[in-house]
Design a protein around this ligand. Structure first.
Ligand code: AMP
Ligand code: ZN
Ligand code: FE
Ligand code: FE
Length: 279
């Protein structure tokens, strides 16, 4: 069976492997198709392009976009878009700024709780990459406030402990529209238990093309439910390991949690048609 992993993070966002290391490991695990899907940036994808050209691995353009879904953050995966399209450039520039402002907001919330932490420390930890909560978690570990990522999230960084997190991300409507404008497909990431059936229906009505059914957070029953939902609504089905490397969640699943490339062929067919309609 030809295998694909369509959900991978690198050092361009909060992953621990460089894009080049990802290509090398993908080769080692006999993956045929991969997509690098960093949070709100394609810098990792761009760096992987040259490395992938030296192998027989097919690298699809990808990004995991955070969208504002009725006041709550949701992760949408975009694939096979034109990475040079101006709508993508503008969207990612806005989300880069949003991540910085959101990071400042989170740091300020932690300061109010009495923690001594500064946004400059978080920026240093991110080292030019898109800022995410894992970078803040690293600073909290370094400063001895918590012993692990898990503890950082439980005590300080989870949606529950922060309440409604301030953000300036585009709405799900705008993200869906713009990814399609750039010839791409847009997929709900790791639905798990994050959405009610009604909310998933709302995303379908908003124009979602697909849903991630294979993900390490999905048990067998949930996977089957999501598959049934996808079939009912004629959606693309995608999946991947959500690999971040280091000691993060899901590190064990690279090369293990994969999908059959038949699902990738459907994705490519749809986006080829979409691009053909634009010219
Ligand atoms: P952000 O991009 O700032 O929303 O951070 C999201 C990332 O934080 C996810 O992709 C995970 O890598 C990590 N994360 C989210 N929730 C948890 C958690 N409960 N425990 C550990 N890591 C988490
Ligand atoms: Zn992440
Ligand atoms: Fe995600
Ligand atoms: Fe992810």
């Amino acid at each position: 069976m030809a295998k694909a992993d369509l959900h991978i993070h690198t050092t361009a966002s909060d992953g621990h492997s460089t894009p080049q290391q990802i290509i090398k490991n993908a080769k080692k695990h006999n993956l045929d198709v991969i997509s690098i899907t960093d949070h709100d940036t394609i810098r990792g994808y761009r760096k992987a392009v040259t490395a992938a050209e030296e192998t027989d691995i097919t690298l699809l353009s990808g990004v995991e976009i955070t969208a504002d879904f009725n006041g709550r953050e949701c992760h949408l995966l975009a694939y096979c878009f034109d990475p040079d399209h101006s709508v993508i450039t503008q969207l990612l520039a806005q989300h880069y700024r949003s991540r910085l402002e959101r990071g400042k907001w989170i740091v300020n919330e932690l300061t109010k709780k009495g923690l001594d932490i500064d946004i400059e420390e978080v920026k240093a930890e991110a080292n030019g990459s898109n800022i995410g909560r894992p970078h803040i978690a690293s600073v909290l570990i370094d400063k001895g406030y918590v012993a692990s990522f898990k503890e950082a999230f439980i005590r300080y960084l989870s949606d529950q402990s922060l309440g409604s997190i301030y953000n300036e991300y585009y709405s799900h409507h705008k993200v869906i529209e713009q990814v399609k404008e750039a010839g791409g497909a847009i997929v709900v990431a790791h639905p798990g238990n994050l959405y009610s059936e009604d909310e998933l229906e709302e995303l379908v009505e908003a124009g979602i093309d697909g849903i991630e059914f294979i993900h390490p957070s999905h048990d067998y029953d949930r996977q089957k439910q999501i598959e049934a939902f996808a079939e009912k609504h004629n959606l693309l089905k995608t999946g991947g390991s959500d690999f971040h490397g280091g000691d993060k969640e899901y590190q064990k699943f690279f090369g293990v949690v994969t999908i059959n490339t038949k699902y990738v062929h459907r994705l490519i067919r749809l986006t080829d048609q979409r691009k053909a309609l634009k010219v």
